[in-house]
Design a protein around this ligand. Structure first.
Ligand SMILES: [Zn+2]
Ligand SMILES: [Zn+2]
Length: 277
Protein backbone atom coordinates (compact mmCIF):
# COMPACT_ATOMS: atom_id res chain seq x y z
CA UNK A 1 0.00 0.00 0.00
CA UNK A 2 1.24 3.46 -0.89
CA UNK A 3 -0.83 5.93 1.16
CA UNK A 4 -1.53 9.65 0.92
CA UNK A 5 -3.94 10.37 3.74
CA UNK A 6 -4.17 14.17 3.60
CA UNK A 7 -5.60 15.75 0.45
CA UNK A 8 -7.80 18.80 -0.18
CA UNK A 9 -10.31 19.36 -2.99
CA UNK A 10 -12.08 22.47 -4.24
CA UNK A 11 -14.81 21.69 -1.69
CA UNK A 12 -12.44 23.47 0.74
CA UNK A 13 -9.27 25.28 -0.36
CA UNK A 14 -7.85 22.84 -2.90
CA UNK A 15 -8.22 23.38 -6.64
CA UNK A 16 -9.14 19.90 -7.97
CA UNK A 17 -12.50 18.15 -7.88
CA UNK A 18 -12.78 14.79 -6.13
CA UNK A 19 -12.64 13.01 -9.52
CA UNK A 20 -9.50 14.90 -10.51
CA UNK A 21 -7.89 14.10 -7.16
CA UNK A 22 -8.52 10.36 -7.70
CA UNK A 23 -6.98 10.62 -11.18
CA UNK A 24 -3.87 12.40 -9.83
CA UNK A 25 -3.62 9.94 -6.93
CA UNK A 26 -3.47 7.07 -9.40
CA UNK A 27 -0.99 8.94 -11.56
CA UNK A 28 1.27 9.30 -8.49
CA UNK A 29 1.07 5.52 -7.82
CA UNK A 30 -0.76 6.08 -4.55
CA UNK A 31 -3.05 3.14 -3.76
CA UNK A 32 -4.74 4.29 -0.54
CA UNK A 33 -5.94 7.87 -0.19
CA UNK A 34 -8.08 10.05 1.98
CA UNK A 35 -9.79 13.34 1.19
CA UNK A 36 -9.58 15.59 4.26
CA UNK A 37 -11.21 18.91 3.42
CA UNK A 38 -11.45 21.65 6.04
CA UNK A 39 -14.76 21.60 7.88
CA UNK A 40 -16.74 19.84 5.14
CA UNK A 41 -17.65 16.33 4.02
CA UNK A 42 -19.14 17.45 0.72
CA UNK A 43 -16.47 15.95 -1.58
CA UNK A 44 -16.52 12.52 0.07
CA UNK A 45 -19.32 10.78 -1.89
CA UNK A 46 -17.72 11.71 -5.25
CA UNK A 47 -14.24 10.80 -3.97
CA UNK A 48 -15.50 7.41 -2.80
CA UNK A 49 -17.14 6.73 -6.18
CA UNK A 50 -13.99 7.78 -8.03
CA UNK A 51 -11.84 5.54 -5.81
CA UNK A 52 -14.12 2.57 -6.48
CA UNK A 53 -14.03 3.14 -10.24
CA UNK A 54 -10.23 3.22 -10.20
CA UNK A 55 -9.76 0.29 -7.82
CA UNK A 56 -8.14 2.49 -5.16
CA UNK A 57 -8.56 2.09 -1.40
CA UNK A 58 -10.23 5.11 0.16
CA UNK A 59 -10.78 6.44 3.69
CA UNK A 60 -13.32 9.28 4.06
CA UNK A 61 -11.80 12.07 6.14
CA UNK A 62 -12.05 15.64 7.36
CA UNK A 63 -9.68 18.25 8.83
CA UNK A 64 -10.91 20.40 11.69
CA UNK A 65 -9.17 23.67 12.66
CA UNK A 66 -9.09 24.19 16.40
CA UNK A 67 -8.07 26.69 19.05
CA UNK A 68 -5.31 29.22 18.85
CA UNK A 69 -2.80 30.38 16.28
CA UNK A 70 -0.59 27.31 16.28
CA UNK A 71 -2.29 25.45 13.42
CA UNK A 72 -3.66 22.78 15.73
CA UNK A 73 -5.64 20.78 13.20
CA UNK A 74 -7.38 17.49 13.93
CA UNK A 75 -7.86 14.98 11.13
CA UNK A 76 -10.85 12.66 11.43
CA UNK A 77 -10.73 9.35 9.52
CA UNK A 78 -13.61 6.98 8.79
CA UNK A 79 -16.24 9.73 9.10
CA UNK A 80 -19.79 9.05 7.89
CA UNK A 81 -21.25 11.60 5.49
CA UNK A 82 -24.76 11.43 6.97
CA UNK A 83 -23.64 11.99 10.57
CA UNK A 84 -25.87 14.77 11.89
CA UNK A 85 -23.82 15.61 14.97
CA UNK A 86 -20.58 15.91 13.00
CA UNK A 87 -22.29 17.86 10.20
CA UNK A 88 -23.69 20.42 12.66
CA UNK A 89 -20.24 20.85 14.26
CA UNK A 90 -18.62 21.33 10.83
CA UNK A 91 -21.28 23.81 9.67
CA UNK A 92 -20.52 25.91 12.74
CA UNK A 93 -16.76 25.74 12.03
CA UNK A 94 -17.30 26.69 8.37
CA UNK A 95 -19.42 29.68 9.37
CA UNK A 96 -16.71 30.91 11.76
CA UNK A 97 -14.09 30.48 9.01
CA UNK A 98 -16.20 32.50 6.60
CA UNK A 99 -16.84 35.29 9.15
CA UNK A 100 -13.10 35.53 9.75
CA UNK A 101 -12.38 35.63 6.01
CA UNK A 102 -14.88 38.48 5.48
CA UNK A 103 -13.13 40.49 8.20
CA UNK A 104 -9.74 39.83 6.57
CA UNK A 105 -11.03 41.02 3.19
CA UNK A 106 -12.44 44.18 4.82
CA UNK A 107 -9.06 44.91 6.41
CA UNK A 108 -7.29 44.46 3.09
CA UNK A 109 -9.76 46.86 1.43
CA UNK A 110 -9.16 49.42 4.19
CA UNK A 111 -5.44 49.10 3.46
CA UNK A 112 -5.98 49.86 -0.25
CA UNK A 113 -6.17 46.30 -1.56
CA UNK A 114 -9.81 45.74 -2.49
CA UNK A 115 -10.78 42.20 -3.53
CA UNK A 116 -14.00 40.96 -5.11
CA UNK A 117 -15.61 38.78 -2.41
CA UNK A 118 -18.07 37.15 -4.83
CA UNK A 119 -15.26 36.19 -7.19
CA UNK A 120 -13.31 34.63 -4.31
CA UNK A 121 -16.40 32.73 -3.21
CA UNK A 122 -16.84 31.32 -6.71
CA UNK A 123 -13.47 29.54 -6.39
CA UNK A 124 -14.86 27.13 -3.79
CA UNK A 125 -18.02 25.16 -3.20
CA UNK A 126 -17.28 25.41 0.55
CA UNK A 127 -16.39 28.27 2.89
CA UNK A 128 -13.78 30.89 1.99
CA UNK A 129 -10.52 30.51 3.91
CA UNK A 130 -7.18 32.31 4.03
CA UNK A 131 -5.61 30.38 1.13
CA UNK A 132 -8.44 31.56 -1.17
CA UNK A 133 -7.70 35.14 -0.10
CA UNK A 134 -3.96 34.60 -0.64
CA UNK A 135 -4.64 33.37 -4.19
CA UNK A 136 -6.88 36.40 -4.85
CA UNK A 137 -4.12 38.73 -3.62
CA UNK A 138 -1.67 37.06 -6.01
CA UNK A 139 -4.16 37.14 -8.92
CA UNK A 140 -4.76 40.85 -8.32
CA UNK A 141 -1.02 41.47 -8.46
CA UNK A 142 -0.69 42.72 -4.85
CA UNK A 143 1.82 39.92 -4.18
CA UNK A 144 3.76 37.51 -6.37
CA UNK A 145 2.85 34.27 -4.55
CA UNK A 146 0.52 32.88 -1.90
CA UNK A 147 3.52 32.48 0.42
CA UNK A 148 4.21 36.22 0.09
CA UNK A 149 0.55 36.98 0.82
CA UNK A 150 0.81 35.14 4.13
CA UNK A 151 4.19 36.63 5.02
CA UNK A 152 3.21 40.21 4.18
CA UNK A 153 -0.45 40.47 5.11
CA UNK A 154 -2.15 37.37 6.56
CA UNK A 155 0.11 35.89 9.22
CA UNK A 156 -0.02 36.86 12.86
CA UNK A 157 1.42 40.34 13.41
CA UNK A 158 0.54 41.44 9.84
CA UNK A 159 -2.05 44.07 9.00
CA UNK A 160 -4.82 41.77 7.79
CA UNK A 161 -4.41 39.14 10.47
CA UNK A 162 -7.64 38.26 12.27
CA UNK A 163 -7.50 35.77 15.17
CA UNK A 164 -9.29 32.45 14.77
CA UNK A 165 -12.49 31.69 16.60
CA UNK A 166 -12.51 27.90 16.83
CA UNK A 167 -13.42 25.05 19.17
CA UNK A 168 -10.79 23.53 21.49
CA UNK A 169 -8.88 20.54 20.07
CA UNK A 170 -10.10 18.23 22.83
CA UNK A 171 -13.70 19.00 21.84
CA UNK A 172 -13.07 18.12 18.19
CA UNK A 173 -11.29 14.92 19.27
CA UNK A 174 -14.06 13.70 21.56
CA UNK A 175 -16.72 14.63 19.01
CA UNK A 176 -14.94 12.56 16.33
CA UNK A 177 -14.66 9.61 18.72
CA UNK A 178 -18.34 9.84 19.59
CA UNK A 179 -19.09 9.62 15.84
CA UNK A 180 -16.96 6.47 15.52
CA UNK A 181 -14.15 8.25 13.65
CA UNK A 182 -10.38 8.06 14.27
CA UNK A 183 -8.93 11.44 15.42
CA UNK A 184 -5.32 12.18 14.44
CA UNK A 185 -3.22 15.25 15.26
CA UNK A 186 -2.24 16.84 11.93
CA UNK A 187 1.26 18.17 11.09
CA UNK A 188 2.61 18.39 14.69
CA UNK A 189 5.74 20.08 13.30
CA UNK A 190 3.65 23.23 12.71
CA UNK A 191 2.92 23.57 16.42
CA UNK A 192 5.76 25.77 17.55
CA UNK A 193 5.66 24.89 21.21
CA UNK A 194 8.65 23.59 23.17
CA UNK A 195 8.44 19.87 23.98
CA UNK A 196 7.73 20.65 27.67
CA UNK A 197 4.49 22.27 26.55
CA UNK A 198 3.60 19.97 23.67
CA UNK A 199 4.03 16.62 25.45
CA UNK A 200 1.54 17.30 28.29
CA UNK A 201 -0.96 18.65 25.71
CA UNK A 202 -0.51 15.50 23.64
CA UNK A 203 -1.22 13.47 26.76
CA UNK A 204 -4.40 15.51 27.42
CA UNK A 205 -5.55 15.06 23.80
CA UNK A 206 -4.94 11.29 24.12
CA UNK A 207 -7.10 11.32 27.25
CA UNK A 208 -9.79 13.02 25.12
CA UNK A 209 -9.50 10.17 22.59
CA UNK A 210 -6.69 11.08 20.17
CA UNK A 211 -5.63 7.92 18.29
CA UNK A 212 -2.89 8.97 15.91
CA UNK A 213 -0.13 11.36 14.92
CA UNK A 214 0.45 12.60 11.37
CA UNK A 215 4.19 11.94 11.28
CA UNK A 216 4.85 11.91 7.50
CA UNK A 217 3.75 15.43 6.57
CA UNK A 218 6.04 17.93 4.77
CA UNK A 219 6.04 20.18 7.88
CA UNK A 220 7.76 17.39 9.87
CA UNK A 221 10.36 16.63 7.23
CA UNK A 222 13.35 17.68 9.34
CA UNK A 223 12.26 15.56 12.25
CA UNK A 224 10.54 12.42 10.96
CA UNK A 225 12.42 10.00 13.19
CA UNK A 226 11.59 11.84 16.42
CA UNK A 227 7.87 12.15 15.60
CA UNK A 228 7.77 8.52 14.46
CA UNK A 229 9.42 7.39 17.68
CA UNK A 230 7.12 9.53 19.84
CA UNK A 231 3.99 8.21 18.11
CA UNK A 232 4.91 4.54 18.35
CA UNK A 233 6.15 4.88 21.91
CA UNK A 234 2.84 6.52 22.87
CA UNK A 235 0.79 3.79 21.23
CA UNK A 236 -0.56 6.18 18.59
CA UNK A 237 -1.26 5.26 14.97
CA UNK A 238 1.30 6.69 12.53
CA UNK A 239 -0.24 8.44 9.53
CA UNK A 240 1.03 10.63 6.73
CA UNK A 241 0.03 12.67 3.74
CA UNK A 242 1.13 15.43 1.42
CA UNK A 243 -1.56 17.99 2.40
CA UNK A 244 -1.89 18.63 -1.33
CA UNK A 245 -3.95 21.71 -2.23
CA UNK A 246 -2.69 22.81 -5.67
CA UNK A 247 0.24 22.55 -8.09
CA UNK A 248 1.50 26.04 -7.18
CA UNK A 249 3.54 24.69 -4.29
CA UNK A 250 1.42 26.09 -1.45
CA UNK A 251 1.71 22.65 0.24
CA UNK A 252 3.02 19.17 -0.66
CA UNK A 253 2.56 17.23 -3.89
CA UNK A 254 0.46 14.06 -4.06
CA UNK A 255 2.36 10.96 -2.93
CA UNK A 256 5.55 12.75 -1.94
CA UNK A 257 5.48 11.78 1.74
CA UNK A 258 4.78 8.09 0.97
CA UNK A 259 8.26 7.91 -0.53
CA UNK A 260 9.81 9.06 2.78
CA UNK A 261 7.73 6.79 5.02
CA UNK A 262 9.51 3.49 5.75
CA UNK A 263 6.50 1.56 7.15
CA UNK A 264 3.89 3.28 4.95
CA UNK A 265 2.15 0.10 3.87
CA UNK A 266 1.72 -1.41 7.32
CA UNK A 267 0.78 1.96 8.92
CA UNK A 268 -1.74 2.70 6.16
CA UNK A 269 -3.30 -0.70 6.64
CA UNK A 270 -3.47 -0.16 10.44
CA UNK A 271 -5.43 3.07 9.95
CA UNK A 272 -7.69 1.40 7.39
CA UNK A 273 -8.43 -1.35 9.93
CA UNK A 274 -8.97 1.14 12.78
CA UNK A 275 -11.60 2.92 10.66
CA UNK A 276 -13.46 -0.31 10.00
CA UNK A 277 -13.76 -1.14 13.71
ZN1 LIG B 1 -3.82 21.56 8.47
ZN1 LIG C 1 -4.69 20.06 5.34
Amino acid sequence: MRPDLHLHTAASDGVLTAFEIAREVQRADVTLFSVTDHDTLSALPAASDAAYERGLAFIPGVEISTEGEENIHILGYGVRVGDEKLSAFLRDGAQRREDRSRRIVRRLADAGMPLDWDAIQETTTGSVGRLHIARALANAGYVSSTAEAFEKYLNRGRLAHVPRDTAPASQAISLLRSCGAVPVLAHPGQIRWPRERLLPMLRAWMDAGLMGLEVYHPANRNDYSNWDHLARQSGLLVTGGSDFHDFAGSHGLIGETAAEWPRASEDGWALFQACRR
